[in-house]
Design a protein around this ligand. Structure first.
Ligand code: ZN
Length: 134
């Protein structure tokens, strides 16, 4: 699956965003090593307790792992308010989460109409690493 297709799936996932507090809607599409895609959206806790919110990236990863998939190639992320998209990269929590599970994953983003690709390691230098996979 190419990056453009993955971005389109992230846009689709974004439609399900539950973000009544921030109104910042995020969608993610996670590609497994096997070629399966898991989609996720941000889900905010209406109580306003920030720690209980979940980002689109972690939503997609939790879905994938709970269905037996653990190796990931890349994740596309799109976000913004209303219909306006802006470049949206994973937050610090998601960067660490991705690093702990799949440190070599690529991040695919959309900056205006330009698709960009990042290595997670470039977005999270000096990451905390307790577990290393091969
Ligand atoms: Zn996040």
């Amino acid at each position: 699956m190419d990056n453009k297709e993955l971005i389109e799936l992230a846009k689709k996932a974004r439609e399900y965003s539950y973000s009544k507090i921030s109104e910042f809607k995020v969608g993610a599409a996670l590609l497994t090593k096997e070629g399966k895609v898991f989609m996720g959206c941000n889900i905010e806790d209406p109580s306003g307790i920030g720690v209980t919110n979940i980002c689109a990236e972690r939503c997609a990863i939790v879905k994938a792992i709970s269905e037996g998939y653990i190796e990931f190639e890349k994740i596309a992320v799109v976000g913004g308010r209303d219909s306006c998209l802006e470049e949206c990269l994973p937050c610090g929590v998601c960067r660490q989460y991705l690093n702990s599970i799949c440190p070599r994953i690529k991040i695919v983003s959309l900056d205006n109409e330009t698709i960009k690709t990042y290595n997670l390691q470039d977005l999270l230098p000096y990451a905390f690493n307790e577990k290393f996979d091969s």
